[in-house]
Design a protein around this ligand. Sequence first.
Ligand code: ADP
Ligand code: MG
Length: 692
Amino acid sequence: MNVPEIFGSDVFNESVMKERLPKETYKALKKTIADGKPLDIELANVVANAMKDWACEKGCTHYTHWFQPMTGLTAEKLDSFISPTDKGHVIMEFSGKELVKGEPDASSFPSGGLRATFEARGYTAWDPTSYAFIKADTLCIPTAFCSYGGEALDKKTPLLRSMEAINKSALRILKLFGSDATRVVSNVGPEQEYFLIDREMYSKRKDLIFTGRTLYGAPAPKGQELEDHYFGTIKTRVAAYMKDLDEQLWRLGIYAKTKHNEVAPSQHELAPIFCTTNIATDHNQLTMEIMKRTARKHGFKCLLHEKPFAGVNGSGKHNNWSISTNKGVNLLDPGKTPAENAQFLTFLAAVIKAVNDYQDLLRMSVASAGNDHRLGANEAPPAIISIFLGDELTEILKAIVEGETYKGNKKVDMEIGVDVLPNFPRDTTDRNRTSPFAFTGNKFEFRMPGSKLSVAGPNTVINTMVAEVLDQFADELEKAENFQDALDDLIKKTIAENTNIIFNGNGYSEEWKVEAEKRGLLNLRSTPEAIPHFADKKNVDLFVKHGVYTESEIVARVEIFLDEYCKTINIEALTMIDMAKKDILPAVATYIKELAKTAELAASCGGDTFFETDLVKRLSALSSTTYKRLTELEDVTAKAQNIEDVQELANYYHDVIFAKMGELRESADEIESLVGEKYWPYPTYGKMLFYV
Ligand code: ADP
Ligand code: MG
């Protein structure tokens, strides 16, 4: 495989544009993209035609506006290029109008009430900063998706708006430092975890089919305790899958870089090289889609759920975030000169304050029924937000605030921007995986997102909250008479006021929960608890001020998220009921009958029947308990119909239904551990996790 040759070969990227577009058109398009201006129709016509020719040469017959509705998945509606001519023939056509704007019927996408006030139709608009690409013989145009009133119905639009917000605010600060940068972008490298299991086993489990996770399942004799899977040798069949996946991602211009086995058996990870946030988001959505599709080809099922199996780790998506200028400067890189150090400290202080001020939003941005299984479960950070800086950097900040010497040798001069920061090696404890928001040398790693989540949501929050604090800083610094003094005061004050959010210890420990409460940090344990904070006044003010969400967009989203939570738990409850009634209880009944018959026969021959009779007793007692719990779950699930308020309903699903599901699983799993394997209706944890 010639990687440089195939890389990006299915993307209508800069080099294809340059090659295929008339010089003037290419220049005009680049300028439009750089200025973020709408595309003029004449220009769009030329670009569309070139795109169509290129796509048709590569075997495409259709095009689609590819967008990211509130389902968290991607959506497409395919149109062919055909256009009738006389005499019953067709030609292939694609107009500028079709490239720039689409008008899909929006009525069946979640809109959280936005649709009630506006028309059912939505429209999609090309995001020309993200290249068009070819997938399954279709030319895909990455687009944003809005209602007719212009309100965002997708995850991409607010993300693009938040990138504008941080661009503006960061440039205000950079100007004060005398930078010649004219654009600031946020970057993301999302590390994607996933499970691969055999497709045949998957197809025998209703829970995996309907909900993406196992709702029952007794533990296998072996789990992840030997830590022999993490970074272990990749099995041949999995390696073939990963190779195929890499190739397809590279064709799409996705920088697939690292692949390895993860902690849990059958769990793996793929990390790309970071890029601009909106493109990283598109690429991550595509990566997840292609992971699933490629799995089918190799006889696997790729599970992207945050917690497919109880008792072993679930899957997350570490979101590595930084901001950089169009002059190639990473604003989170400490730098080597006093000026660079001062600029770094300003951005660092802004992130620290932003995380503290908007803990609730960060937590909210990763809340989902699936991720509730991970956060705080000793395999992922707790639901409490804190920042890890490493011991060295924390000491330096402390010394700056207190005007003390750092580690007794080098004096930290109080004048930021005049003296060089003491050298701090990238702290060895940055392997501290228990922190939700860790500084890792020149970027922050937000470790709470679940594997399935679109990274658009969390990055919209991070960009906007940091933009806000940078604006507050700029307000203060712009009016200062002496910039150096003002900066010095601002940084000291900001760090002193926000030390409560900095925590370098073990985030999994019980002591941390107690300590965090003393520090006044939030602990929003579940999705129904976290989501409503989105609409808190301070958060609405934030998003409205920066033009990222309108108030009605926020209200709609709160409703969509809570509704999605309720529906997810409801499907899980119904699936559990179905499995217990139709498969598990009948299986145990058959086994009991077999045992009883055997006992009868054995007794008639004078044999010992202790094994059969004892097991029959235990299994029938457990069956009765399971049946009782099943009936209770049916009852409480039916009662959910009577609750109208979505918040109340979400609380009910969490407190009552989800709790009952746990009880039912407990007795059913105990049955599984006692029933002969050939009687059990589903592939076991052992088979699914170790037999690939
Ligand atoms: P780890 O040691 O945690 O695996 P890596 O340095 O390998 O960290 O990076 C993990 C991810 O972070 C990759 O996707 C990488 O491209 C991304 N990354 C590296 N530098 C930056 C940066 N400056 N901004 C954003 N992401 C980055
Ligand atoms: Mg990492």
